[in-house]
Ligand binder design. Structure first.
Ligand code: ARG
Ligand code: ZN
Length: 845
């Protein structure tokens, strides 16, 4: 049942041209296809197979003659001529019955599609694989005001519209939208002078919330021209917001479809974080036009070819728009929280997986985020000019191709003359490398002894050494930088690097900018970490020093009930007061490691984490920080107020982040008075949510939760926040009960993925609450995953990752998690998606 990378074979038939006609109807949409096929000279096999699932075949013809294909649940086969031929088929499908949100479905009265990875086969019989690319012409018949598909508008009339997409594309990039939608529009002229119409399509009434996405789109288009020399290639670019969506967004050619959460924003309804995400995701989907669409993937094993690269590109873009230092810290926080967690558990897999049962289960942090890290390492190794040359060659050589990781690496080899054979292991070896560091100093010579080791992962007991770019700087004991950032290229299991001519033993700043996705293991004193926090010239490592310090303090508080030492508290005080530092950076430095981060750190050092003890220790540390800086918080809170009307700019957002951090600590001293005041006066959603979450964290805010509901109950996106806040911030003892009560709330529309994620995902993200020793949360999450699996297997399977940390915990918790998983596994009619996930987590798949 699993598919293997090694089994790749080219398609038996190629497609020259596709014509599709949709006669829209909620219960029975008629899809007529006319497809020009031709035998593929590069293939041996001559079997004519078309994918097709849940389709009712009405008629089929080859070159005008009726045929009777052989139909299976996966598709059809048919005898065909040994020459080019025209295939025509009509099928009926039911968008209304489609709750899986894959293929053509209806969201809030609006037709929309999601075809990546293998959804097109639920729309029409077709060779639904990314290496079959063709130009599409689409005719839509329906009575909706907006009838949209890929490419350029060709013609339209009352109740119909035609679209033509001249760029050959795989079926996964097909899209169709029909509904009562309004466009918020603007013109754009590309660098070479092509006029493009940009539209963000929203439901009537939401027009006022589309501006930021539109602005982010224009900035993305300009940026891709200057940073990568990539221009847009159609007359229109459409973005549509839909409420029911399994993922964040989708890069369909010329017609991006977004989860409305990542398009719609106004100061009243969206937080700074929402604005930031919208900017990043709009850019991500736009950048796919070149890295994904013009150059696509040969097969789904190559998913990181487009996703890793596009994530890397959107990270560069956001860094350019905002602050590189802050962006890097946020990206590493996310990488550790999601990817390291995945890489160190039963779901670990290589950036380019070698087998899968259900490809939708591989849209993971490893493919996306580690995939982006691998590109960042490549860029560091070859330098920015080498990188740009390699990318120019990539676009030049592979435009119009369905390419592979080998093709990608080859352009780097050709441009730089480097041998990337060993580097390729980053794509094939799973697991997070550990980098052990020892040092010695004598007679002006300082030596770093590095040792790398990657623990075993499922199916990969042994790991070979990888190329690890280690960016290092050295500071002298006064805090001056004596050796600026230098790149060490580690290729052996053990390797030493020396620096000469140093007057005193330096303090090393290792892995600057987080130059490789590894876990650094270096024992050092709290004083040295505090020294780096104060003096490091590398912003990432400055933050990292404080983070390590916090982790160690928290670990000691958890396991030994120790009090936080002065090194940490004084260092934090210095950062809080240092107004030469960007407020956004200070906010990040004052934030404590999450409970899950600490559980991960303890597990890595061989200690079984107790989530309730971690929670209690973290609460104590927050109280200690609050008291230690008691004088500072009110002043910081006042100073960071943003004068004037709300803007989502990075600088204002940074001030608000620091202000709300101050509020969080302050509220531990004033029982929430200031937070209640802010809640009452807040002029934007960032402050509203900041005040409300502060209150919930100190066990208050009941009235505000009521008031929030009264004010926002008609707004879906805002209500998602209301649900998520309560489950994710509930005190550990009450989390399961809180979530259960919310699942009984009349507004818990569990078939809408955003709402399901708010409640069940919120509980899973509440580390202490999820790991309630009674097992109540495991049970509740399992109950709901079982229920959702029948309706929407993709989203259900994704959320089963709540259980991926099973191996970390004590025997009793493990047994309860296992029992919950086994109950899911035993559900009759379990989806392939969920079956694969649960099997892998339990170590039986
Ligand atoms: N390609 C999309 C993106 O990264 C993600 C779509 C994934 N969809 C899915 N069903 N697996 O922007
Ligand atoms: Zn993507």
């Amino acid at each position: 049942q699993p598919v293997h990378l090694q089994e790749y074979a080219p398609p038996a038939y190629l497609v020259d041209d596709v014509h599709l006609t949709f006669r829209l109807d909620p219960k029975a949409t008629r899809v007529s296809a006319r497809i020009a096929f031709r035998p593929n000279p590069a293939a041996q096999d001559r079997t004519f197979f078309l994918h097709g699932e849940e389709l009712t075949l009405v008629s089929a013809r080859i070159d005008g003659q009726d045929v009777t294909p052989k139909i299976t649940p996966q598709g059809l086969t048919c005898a065909v001529p040994d020459a080019p031929f025209t295939w025509e088929a009509e099928v009926d499908i039911s968008p209304e019955a489609n709750t899986a949100l894959e293929g053509l479905y209806i969201s809030n009265g609006m037709y929309c599609t999601q075809c990546e990875a293998e959804g097109f086969r639920k729309i029409s019989y077709y060779p639904d694989r990314p290496d079959v690319m063709a130009p599409f012409t689409v005719r839509i018949e329906g009575d909706a005001p907006a009838l949209l598909s890929n490419g350029n508008p060709a013609d339209s009339g009352a109740g119909w519209a035609e679209w033509h997409d001249p760029w050959p594309k795989p079926a996964y990039l097909f899209a169709l939208v029909a509904g009562d939608l309004r466009a918020v529009s603007e013109g754009f002229t590309t660098a070479s002078g092509r006029p493009v119409e940009l539209n963000v399509w929203v439901r009537p009434g939401d027009e006022g919330r589309a501006g930021y996405a539109l602005d982010a789109l224009k900035r993305s288009m300009r940026w891709d021209e200057s940073a990568y020399g990539r221009e847009y290639d159609l007359d229109v670019f459409n973005i549509v917001a839909v409420d029911d969506f399994n993922m964040g967004a989708m890069e369909n050619k010329g017609l991006n479809i977004f989860n409305s959460k990542y398009v719609l924003a106004s100061p009243e309804t969206a937080t700074d974080r929402d604005f930031d995400l919208i900017e990043g995701i709009v850019a991500h989907e736009y950048f796919h036009n070149w890295t994904g669409n013009r150059i696509t993937c040969r097969d789904w094993f190559q998913l990181c070819l487009k996703e890793g690269l596009t994530v890397f590109r959107d990270q560069q873009f956001s860094g350019d728009m905002r602050s590189h230092a802050v962006k890097r810290i946020e990206d590493v926080l996310q990488l550790r929280a999601r990817q390291f967690r995945e890489d160190n558990g039963p779901l670990a897999h290589p950036v380019r997986p070698e087998s899968y049962v259900e490809i939708n289960n591989f849209y993971t942090a490893t493919v996306y985020e580690k995939g982006a890290e691998v590109i960042g390492m490549l860029r560091r190794l070859v330098g920015p000019e080498g990188y740009r040359k390699a990318l120019d060659l990539y676009f030049d050589r592979h435009d119009g191709d369905a390419a592979t990781i080998e093709d990608w690496l080859k352009v780097f080899e050709d441009v730089t003359g480097r041998d990337l054979t060993q580097f390729r292991r980053w794509y094939s070896q799973a697991g997070t490398p550990r980098l052990k560091v020892a040092e010695d100093y004598a007679d002006g010579r300082y030596t770093l002894h590095l040792e790398q080791h990657t623990p075993p992962t499922p199916g990969q007991p042994e790991k070979a050494p990888q190329v690890i770019p280690v960016a290092v700087g050295l500071l002298n004991p006064n805090g001056d930088e004596v050796v600026p950032t230098t790149l060490l290229e580690m290729t052996e299991a053990k390797q030493s690097f020396s620096f000469e001519g140093l007057a005193a033993k330096p303090v090393p700043s290792l892995l600057r900018g987080f130059s490789a996705p590894v876990i650094l293991e270096r024992e050092t004193s709290a004083e040295e970490r505090a020294f780096l926090l104060a003096h490091d010239t590398d912003a990432f490592n400055k933050w990292e020093a404080g983070r390590q310090l916090a982790r160690e303090v928290l670990a000691k508080m958890t396991t030994e009930d120790a009090a936080p030492g002065p090194a940490y508290l004084d260092a934090l005080a210095a950062v809080a007061r240092d107004d030469t530092l960007d407020p956004a950076f200070r906010a990040l430095a004052l934030r404590l490691p999450s409970e899950d981060d600490l559980a991960q750190a303890l597990a890595n050092s061989g200690i079984t984490p107790d989530p309730w003890e971690i929670h209690a220790a973290r609460e104590k540390l927050k109280a200690a920080v609050a008291r230690h800086l008691a004088e500072q918080w009110p002043a910081l809170y006042r100073e960071m107020a943003c004068p004037g009307p709300y803007t989502p700019s990075a600088s204002d957002a940074g001030r608000r982040a620091l202000r709300l951090t101050a509020l969080g600590y302050l509220s531990r001293l004033d029982t929430g008075d200031e937070a209640r005041r802010l809640y009452a006066e807040a002029g934007n959603m960032t402050e509203t949510i900041g005040a409300l979450s502060t209150l919930l964290e100190i066990g208050r805010g009941e009235e505000e939760i009521e008031a929030f509901y009264a004010r926002w109950s008609a707004d879906r996106l805002v209500m998602d926040k209301w649900f998520a806040l309560q489950t994710s911030l509930a005190p550990p003892q009450r989390a399961a009960a809180t979530a259960r009560a919310l699942t009984e709330h009349p507004d818990f529309d569990w078939k809408t993925p955003n709402r399901f994620r708010a409640v069940i995902g919120g509980l899973s993200a509440n580390a202490a609450g999820f790991h309630d020793p009674s097992g109540a949360s495991y049970e509740l999450v399992a109950d709901w995953l079982i229920r959702l699996d029948d309706v929407n297997p993709q989203t259900a399977a994704r959320m089963s990752t709540a259980f991926e940390t099973l191996g970390r915990y004590d025997a009793s918790r493990q047994a309860r998690m296992r029992a919950a998983l086994e109950r899911i596994a035993a559900k009759p009619g379990l989806s392939r998606d969920m079956g694969e996930m649960v099997g892998r987590i339990l170590g039986s798949g």
